[in-house]
Design a protein around this ligand. Structure first.
Ligand SMILES: [Zn+2]
Length: 313
């Protein structure tokens, strides 16, 4: 692989789309398929969490390297291959400008380069990637390292929207960028509403809610007013599901017809879930998903009942 090609692995998202898929050919429904969702490899959090110093800890990430390798190994073994592997943010623990960020990023990219080249990587930005209060500089750094921070793409008749949820969390230091993001999102939702797509799906790091649309605000969800506004917009545009991470636990719920899916982490667990990945099967009628531990996915692969859905038409 040439240096340019190697750098290109992480720059497939540009011009607000993903160049791994030809948008013309992919607009048509061709039958069921599946993809893999992962979240929060967050290199450095396990050490930081163990030492109780989340802001300044995280000087080792050997365990996370092994977990990410295990995740890639499990994905590369899958047959048939998933259409893509989406990583829903918090790639590394060190915030912009903090120590070890460069090394953590290099180590993660080294592991991610081993993903089968036929399985495109889709990268979503998290709060640790662009900062809790992002700035034009932190967003630019993300784009240089991982490609666009928000974009959309089509796969087999399904429209996928990748959002930058930090614009929804705190855009006080990048109001102009947030405005562009929101304008882009409204356009995308208009496309979704025209129903030329079989389904429309959103990826964003921070969940709209963890269990219920009416739950209280906390660190892990979006504020009540905003979440309701977003969820209504999504439902009205016909979005079927939102996949997110950030919580480091599995959770989720439904609101009207919207499935809010919160997946636990590849890296540090804050609850009792195993390190894992989510398998998402898209059929003509529905979107079915199941979380697998890395061990289980490596040893046994995807269960037959999910695989059988791929045979439907
Ligand atoms: Zn996060």
């Amino acid at each position: 692989m040439s240096a340019a090609e190697e750098a290109g692995v992480f720059h497939r998202a540009r011009g607000r789309t993903l160049d791994s898929f030809s948008s013309e050919k992919e607009r048509e429904w061709k039958g069921p398929f599946y993809f893999i969702q992962g979240a929060d490899p967050q290199f450095g959090l396990m050490k930081a969490w163990a030492t109780g110093d989340c802001d300044n800890g995280g000087d080792e990430w050997e365990q996370e390297i092994l977990l990410a390798e295990q995740a890639v190994q499990a994905i590369n073994k899958l047959n048939p291959k998933p259409k893509f592997f989406v990583l829903c943010g918090d790639l590394v623990h060190a915030m912009p400008g903090r120590p070890w960020r460069k090394q953590q990023t290099e180590d993660l990219q080294r592991v991610l380069r081993t993903v089968d080249r036929d399985i495109p990587l889709v990268v979503v930005s998290g709060n640790h990637d662009v900062g809790n209060v992002p700035t034009p500089e932190t967003i630019a750094e993300f784009q240089r390292t991982w490609g666009d921070d928000y974009f959309s793409f089509w796969v087999g008749g399904v429209l996928f929207l990748v959002l930058n949820s930090q614009f929804l969390y705190d855009a006080s230091r990048c109001p102009a960028l947030k405005q562009e993001h929101d304008h882009w999102l409204d356009q995308q939702l208009r496309t979704a509403r025209q129903r030329t797509c079989r389904h429309a799906v959103v990826f964003q790091h921070i969940p709209l809610f963890l269990r219920s649309i009416d739950e209280d605000d906390d660190y892990f969800n979006l504020t009540k007013a905003l979440r309701k506004e977003m969820a209504d917009k999504f439902v009205e545009a016909g979005i079927k599901a939102v996949f997110s991470g950030h919580y480091h636990r599995n959770a989720g719920g439904t609101y009207r017809n919207l499935d809010m899916v919160v997946s636990s982490a590849i890296g540090c667990q804050l609850g009792k879930d195993p390190h894992g990945l989510r398998v998402v099967v898209v059929t003509a009628e529905k979107i079915v998903h199941r979380y697998y531990s890395l061990d289980e996915l490596n040893e046994k692969g995807i269960e037959d009942d999910l695989m059988d859905l791929l045979k439907e038409n």
